[in-house]
Design a protein around this ligand. Structure first.
Ligand SMILES: [Zn+2]
Length: 341
């Protein structure tokens, strides 16, 4: 099959469009023909070698949609040709955390395409627990655009921050994958949503998704604008993933007893703050990583019902993976960048 691999870490020139042997499924696996695989910033970091060490050569790509082309003899409940998306994670499925439904706390947990190979290829063998059929109204490209960012945003807002109806939520980077999902999920809870972006076009698109207020983070100071918008109250929840560049502004935007939840550090992983500010304002700082299978089914229910929508920026053929990575690194997109074999 065709695949995009890298044999060593580095720039986009390390991505190689090449042939590898077709995967063989075991009796308890399903073979899926990949029809679309959405990119995430994670793909760039893994290629650059910025995360945990991965086995090389490596196939990236976390968000996969395709059709079932082979079913292992021990697997039931699926049919050939079925259109499915894949839960973008790997877990053991039998430890105490997994059986408690807390897959993202499993000792073996990793994101698909990170410590295990992903879907930048034509065929992928996966356990049936990862395989989720999706309705006809979504095409493969839309389906591939959902799992990682919607699960991440759902776990942040619902699983970790415990969002309640009518709260005020600041979503950093409203044009990012997580931002696009978080805005829509917060609106499911009738939240007042303030979001940030680097240009007016992205802010306009974020408003179209439901954001009530937009802040241009290049022209305006985030915490000052939040104070102005909220009549000095601040927000209940900040959805962070930008990291060093915005951390201080994010903390300053919280109301007393507010919650900052973070899933990323795109602009840098070191941030400092005054402990007196943390305790005297009784703030909560929460880390969040992906989510559980239960949460994935929960948010997919909203996607399948059309209450929240995947946003696709553009697609590239798999063989143009380098151009797709380059496009992502330039941060010009609003929504998902998707590779199609
Ligand atoms: Zn486990």
């Amino acid at each position: 099959m065709k695949t995009v691999i890298f044999r060593e870490h580095g720039g986009i020139e390390k991505l190689e469009y090449t042939d590898v042997p077709d995967p063989k499924i075991s009796a308890d696996e399903v073979l899926v023909r990949v029809r679309a695989c959405a990119l995430n910033h994670l793909d760039i970091w893994v290629r650059q070698g910025l995360g945990i060490p991965v086995e090389l050569p490596h196939i990236g790509g976390s968000d996969i949609a395709g059709e079932i082309v082979e079913i292992g003899e021990y697997v039931t409940g699926f049919r050939m040709g079925q259109r499915v998306l894949l839960a973008p994670m790997h877990f053991c499925n039998h430890c105490a955390k997994c059986v408690a439904g807390l897959q993202n706390q499993c000792p073996e947990f990793t994101v698909r395409g990170y410590a295990v190979d992903g879907g930048n290829c034509e065929l992928i063998a996966v356990p049936p627990v990862n395989v989720i059929p999706f309705p006809d109204k979504l095409d493969f490209i839309q389906a591939a655009s959902v799992p990682l960012v919607f699960l991440t945003a759902w776990h942040m807002l619902v699983g970790r921050a415990g969002i309640r109806q009518g709260q005020t939520v600041l979503v950093l980077g409203g044009g990012s994958g997580v931002g696009i999902a978080a805005i829509q999920i917060a609106k499911l809870f009738h939240a007042t949503v303030i979001t940030t972006a680097g240009d007016e076009t992205k802010l306009e698109k974020a408003r179209a998704l439901g954001a009530d207020h937009g802040i241009n983070h290049y022209k305006q100071k985030i915490s000052e604008e939040v104070r102005r918008i909220t009549n000095n109250a601040g927000v209940d929840i900040v959805v962070e993933h930008v990291g060093a560049a915005t951390w201080e502004e994010s903390m300053k935007s919280l109301k007393p007893a507010g919650t900052l939840v973070t899933c990323g550090a795109t602009t840098g992983s070191s941030a400092g703050f005054d402990l007196r500010f943390l305790f005297s304002r009784q703030l909560s700082l929460l880390g969040s990583y992906m989510g559980t299978m239960g949460e994935l089914y929960e948010v997919l229910g909203h996607v399948f019902a059309g209450r929240v929508k995947p946003v696709v920026d553009r697609t590239f053929p798999l063989k143009e993976a380098r151009a797709a990575h380059e496009y992502m690194e330039a941060s010009q997109m609003f929504g998902k960048v998707v590779l199609t074999p």
